[in-house]
Write a protein that binds this ligand. Structure first.
Ligand SMILES: [Fe+2]
Length: 308
């Protein structure tokens, strides 16, 4: 009887993989016939059935655990203010919570879904990046069109990352600089503004629920959620993932089957909260709300250490 149930479940799974735009022509291979560890491999992506045959998935709109140290702004200041903020090359991720609402209220007002277009000429364009690991492809479209897509597109876990487009990082034009000058930088020693942008580079992004960037690494910095909630997963060692797998797909098919002890560190940033991501830690992000806007501060902490 159980074998029959399992067969039906696998057939349903095969149906999804064939019908989904993402994994057409997938080859289905049952690798393990053991009841406790059924694994189906499709086109370099691995789909798993849990021991009870239930496909658990992952829902962006749900409430998610936080396994990163969370420190209220008040306690953060007690701990780091005498040093002038978070020291450079801090070794572990940190989430700062209970940030006074007025800290970045000006930028929050200017970038609400109703107001953001008022900061730009009517024909203003944005350059989108593909959502895969190293955001290797680009597409330029009118900003108004992108916002319409954010408002109407529904992300699914089976979209491929090199076929989904995301606005983040290409915010170096004079229009964006003018807007981002309102941002109050995170409380770190290397977080300083100067004319030449020596110490920080700011990147603004907007995405809808389920969008995000897949696993990648780079130097240290902060990211702050301005509107909506954003989920982060981080770890020091390279995770197992496919370069064209979206972060949503990874959370849905991989994360949900990892035993708790093997899961990356993770935390959801609520609006106003910020995360410190340490130097060269692997991380992926996934936006949880329909209009999630955020700003990342990439810091020159190695240079700061060298010069101080
Ligand atoms: Fe990143």
């Amino acid at each position: 009887m159980w074998k029959m149930i399992k067969f039906v479940l696998l057939m349903i799974l095969l149906g999804f993989s064939i019908l989904g735009a993402t994994f057409v022509d997938s080859e289905l291979v049952v690798l393990d016939d053991d009841d406790s560890n059924a694994t189906v491999s499709c086109d370099n992506n691995q789909y798993f059935l849990s021991s009870d045959g239930v496909f658990p998935g992952w829902n962006p709109k749900a409430k998610h655990p936080c396994t990163i140290e969370r420190l209220s702004m008040e306690n953060f200041e007690k701990r780091f203010d005498l040093q002038g903020g978070l020291p450079p090359l801090f070794p572990t991720p940190l989430v700062i919570t209970d940030v006074p609402r007025d800290r970045n209220q000006r930028l929050r007002d200017l970038t609400s879904s109703d107001s953001i277009l008022k900061n730009f000429p009517s024909n203003f364009t944005v350059t989108l990046s593909s959502s895969n690991s190293f955001s290797e492809h680009r597409r330029t479209i009118p900003f108004v069109q992108y916002l319409e897509e954010v408002a109407t597109n529904v992300m699914t876990p089976d979209q491929k990352s090199n076929e989904t487009w995301y606005f983040f990082g290409e915010t170096f034009s004079k229009e964006w600089k003018k807007l981002l000058q309102h941002y109050i930088l995170p409380p770190c020693q290397a977080c300083q503004r100067d004319e030449q942008d020596t110490w920080v580079a700011l990147s603004f992004g907007i995405g809808n629920s389920g969008s995000g960037v897949s696993w990648h690494i780079h130097g240290p910095g902060f990211s702050e959620s301005i509107h909506g909630r954003k989920h982060w997963v981080l770890q020091q060692h390279e995770p197992e993932f496919h370069p064209d797998q979206t972060s949503y797909n990874w959370m849905y098919y991989n994360y949900s089957h990892l035993p708790e002890s093997d899961r990356p560190l993770e935390c959801t940033l609520n609006p106003g909260e910020m995360i410190y991501f340490p130097d060269m830690w692997w991380h992926a992000t996934i936006n949880l709300d329909d209009y999630t806007a955020f700003i990342s501060t990439f810091t020159q902490e190695h240079l700061y250490v060298k010069q101080n």
